[in-house]
Design a protein around this ligand. Sequence first.
Ligand code: ZN
Length: 263
Amino acid sequence: MAEEIRLVDTHAHIDGEDYDADREEMLARAKEAGVVAVVTFGDTMEASARAVKLAAEHETVFAGVGVHPENIFPFAAEDDDRLAAWTKEKNVVAIGEIGLDYYWEKDEDKRKLQRKMLVRQLALARDLDLPVCIHDREAHGDMMAILKTEGRNNRGVIHCFSGSWEMAKELLKLGWYLGVDGPLTYKNAAKLPEIIEKMPADRLLVETDCPYLSPLPYRGQRNEPAYVRITAEKAAEIRGESLETFSAQTTANACAVYNLKIA
Ligand SMILES: [Zn+2]
């Protein structure tokens, strides 16, 4: 008998209204596809509150709380306190999604605010002894500078990794895990397949970033955790591994970095 496939979708956003009509069915489809856990991340305070609620209600859902760079605002002390309080709730395992996005943000003052609030949320994660989930889009230089200074004692994941192999090597040396998503299946995946092939097995994670970034053949449609299996199949193929081996390893990695307790 073939070994059971056990995957974790390590980066999702299942709190939004995209899933209001079929959230339970969507989670059932994930289970059928072998997805034993979903880590859903808040990208605003409101979304973080919803993520915490979903984690409380579902054994297989875990949550990260944080404010995404595209939605960043100057925190007051009570904002840190709200985030910290949520991390004490059931199945809340990380601070995220936090980071820098210079693709969408061109204004220098707002980019500066992104950096300031990233550093602040990294400090919060250290205080709470929790991993972080990092978003880095077209901000590689500033991100590396922060992770080597203020973030040198943080741990966690660079999700949807989009840098070079050189950058990947630096991050691996600093102890970070890297996440791969649906774009690995695209024809224009560029240098990503080569990076996935070279990645050390114990630092790689698979994720959907749903409802965004659907893998082929669903590109352009709503993504969902079940489709993490498609990205996992592609990554396993690139690495010359069976899906069983690949999923067992990446699920062990997910449990290690996010301290997931899964049945
Ligand atoms: Zn995300």
